[in-house]
Design a protein around this ligand. Structure first.
Ligand code: IVH
Length: 675
């Protein structure tokens, strides 16, 4: 192929991949493959300068603008970074910088820091106040995301006295790995789509139309550039600038360090390669910067990137491999999850031979077929997933994959329920479901029973020693000791572990029961509000719904679970076996101010729905009957009250309280401030 032809082809591909990545947050190829294409294009353009064009993607920073946010022209362009991929290239870059500065390699001082895999952001402060925050966009014009950025808790909204009148603080918006896990746990609880990786979650969260949604996402900001637009700071070192930012309350990378000389710099940059998985955020490389601002000035920048900084890219977390088969696994709720069986491939330090395909729609959307070459991704500790298929020109593909209609474990029907994207095995007796339920019950996030892993559960089930989680508590040492691979000693310790799990708090039991949509967050709310399983089991739907963090979907699921006769039987067994089923310190959240008091509410109370007001009473230990009697403690009279309730209260001499006093009644339990 002639260079001109290949250059045209590369430009087209890069523009297409760039748009998929930046505009749709949906990469088509692994980052490493993309980088390789850009490098090939640059090399060809360098070798054929007559073919270079100003609008070639090699000359642009990348990223297109979306339509939702207003454009912001950056006071100074937000440049990108050039990349190197190994130590030789890194040393070559450093040598060029030394030559440019006429310095021996041993005497140049560098800052070495993580390259956070998030989104670049520039925050402008005028007279100490945050006035605007913008994404990078194409480097020259970005998007105004000020409202959303104001909801990020670690972004200072004001700078301390003495800070310059006009500065821009630039850095990366990201989701810490643990926050990402929690966000996805929450999405799962709510039956909503999970995010593929922290970067996509951060991008989606920052570019929300509604800043209330951004506010619920645990975004963080880490700064790595101070743009002193009024040139009023007398600092001459980048690391000193970072110290100043830290004093102003910004997060800067705790792992950054100053290194004197090329050798020390290279060594430090390699440290990140071995420690990337220990960091609290995803990184896709290491950034090396010349520390002295004067030296930076002397080195200058190209239109795309500074010469005084470089990104050392770490080996990709995405790899391509062959899709050997698509199979379906059955989870504890009966959910049938398609997964890819892969030709084993090393991704992010471990061999991956299986990867999730999430659900039927995802398989169709990604259009992955048996025999395809596919991209496999592993972000942090997340389960590996198939990102997409790679088009191989001229390769014949197999037919699109069809979701099976029967369960591979029990042959029962697989059904798709209502609007959900998931398919379920609806046979409650499906052995795969039973086994997964028990494994989940014993797992670390639930009852945390040591020694009760997948294999052991499978054995206990197949030997008929247990059928349900509740049976675990009456297991006898002699019976367990008979299992293959077990002896008196290990049986003893397993049974002891199970017995000590009886004391686990109610929230852990609730997680363990695997009630649909109830994850750790909702479980804690429920346990805290009711304290005892028996109280939760009796709770009316309206009260469940009114709890913070428990919406209608979770409430209905809990309500239905509690009314299922199987649940009652299970609980009966657990109570008899001595399982505690209560939450220590549950009253910590809500003080029981109304214990034993019957309070009737009539008419509208500001800030509450009817059910909400009743729920507020019940949660504090009171009752809220629908009619007034001699036993009524008081009647709360709101907007447009019912005439019969008011006259009945008058007739019986029951105290009446204006709705404006409702909050006080809830917090003190008394009728007037003096009582
Ligand atoms: S410095 C003029 N430092 O990487 C230099 N960038 O590929 C501006 N990034 O747009 C960038 N961590 O979004 C710098 N410690 C770090 C970084 C970092 C992540 C991102 C940033 C930038 C992109 C360039």
């Amino acid at each position: 192929m002639k260079p001109a032809q290949r250059i045209a082809e590369l430009r087209e591909l890069i523009v297409q991949y760039n748009e998929a990545y930046f505009t749709h947050d949906a990469p088509l190829v692994p980052d490493a493959d993309f980088d390789a294409l850009v490098r090939e294009l640059k090399a060809l353009e360098e070798a054929n300068p007559d073919l270079l064009e100003v609008d070639s993607p090699s000359q642009r920073v990348g990223g297109a603008l979306s339509v939702v946010f207003s454009p912001v022209t950056h006071a100074e362009p937000m440049l990108s970074l050039d990349n190197v991929f190994d130590v030789d290239e890194l040393v070559a870059w450093a040598d060029r910088a030394c030559k440019g500065l006429d310095l021996e390699p041993a005497f140049l001082r560098f800052a070495v820091e993580p390259k956070i895999d998030g989104l670049a952001l520039s925050i402008r402060y005028e007279n100490g106040t945050l006035v605007q925050a913008a994404t990078r966009g194409d480097g020259r014009v970005g998007e105004d995301v000020s409202d959303n950025v104001r909801t990020i808790s670690n972004v200072p909204k004001r700078l301390p006295n003495g800070a310059p009148n006009l500065v821009e603080v630039r850095g990366e918006v990201f989701l810490a790995k643990s926050d990402f896990e929690q966000l996805n746990a929450r999405q799962r609880e709510l039956g909503q789509k999970e995010f593929a990786n922290p970067r996509n979650a951060a991008a989606g969260s920052l570019r929300q139309k509604d800043s209330a949604v951004s506010a619920q996402r645990p975004l963080s900001f880490l700064s790595y550039q101070l743009v002193d637009l009024g040139s009023s700071l007398a600092l001459d070192s980048y690391l000193d600038q970072m110290d100043l930012l830290a004093q102003w309350g910004f997060l800067t990378a705790p792992e950054k360090s100053g290194e004197l000389g090329v050798t020390a710099m290279v060594e430090r940059s390699s440290w990140f390669e071995t420690h990337r998985h220990d960091l609290p955020y995803d990184i896709d490389g290491v950034v090396i910067k010349v520390d002295s601002l004067a030296q930076r000035e002397a080195l200058g920048s190209t239109s795309r990137a500074p010469r005084w900084a470089i990104a050392r890219k770490l080996p990709p977390e995405e790899r391509t491999t062959k899709l050997l088969a698509i199979e379906v696994s059955i989870g504890r709720t009966g959910r049938a999850t398609p997964y890819a069986v892969l030709e084993p491939v090393l991704v992010a330090g471990s061999t991956v031979s299986m990867a999730t395909l999430h659900n039927q729609d995802q398989v169709a959307l990604k259009d992955v077929r048996v025999g395809d070459t596919v991209i496999v991704r592993k972000a942090g500790d997340v389960i590996p997933e198939v990102v997409s298929a790679v088009e191989v020109k001229g390769q014949k593909r197999s037919a699109p994959w069809k979701f099976p209609s029967t369960c591979p474990e029990c042959d029962g029907a697989l059904e798709r329920l209502g609007e959900e994207s998931d398919t379920y095995c609806v046979n409650p007796a499906c052995p795969a479901q039973q086994m997964q339920k028990i494994i989940h019950f014993a797992s670390r996030g639930a009852m945390d029973i040591e020694g009760l892993g997948d294999q052991r559960v499978a054995q206990l089930l197949s030997e008929g020693l247990i059928k349900d989680v509740a049976d675990l508590f009456s297991l006898e040492i002699q019976a367990v000791a008979q299992l293959e691979g077990m002896g008196e000693l290990s049986a003893n310790s397993l049974v002891a572990n199970i017995q000590s799990a009886k004391e686990r708090p109610l929230s852990k039991v609730l997680v363990g029961l695997g009630i649909r949509h109830v994850g750790p967050v909702a479980a804690r709310e429920l346990a805290k509000a009711f304290g005892e399983y028996s109280a939760l089991a009796k709770a009316p739907l309206e009260i469940l719904e009114s709890l913070p963090g428990v919406g209608p979907i979770i409430a209905e699921s809990v309500f239905d679970y509690m009314r299922d006769p199987e649940s009652a039987l299970r609980m009966d067994k657990m109570v008899k076996a001595g399982v505690t089923l209560s939450e220590p310190n549950s009253s910590e959240g809500i003080e029981q101010t109304l214990t034993g008091k019957a309070i009737v509410v009539t008419g509208g109370v500001e800030g509450y729905t009817r059910e909400g007001a009743e729920a507020a009473i019940v949660l504090r230990g009171g009752t809220s009957p629908g009619s007034v009697s001699k036993k009524t403690f008081c009647v709360v009279v709101g907007e447009a009250p019912g005439a019969s309730k008011v006259s009945k209260a008058e007739e019986l001499g029951i105290p009446m309280l204006p709705a404006s006093e409702f909050e006080r009644l809830l917090s003190t339990g008394s009728l007037s401030p003096n009582l």
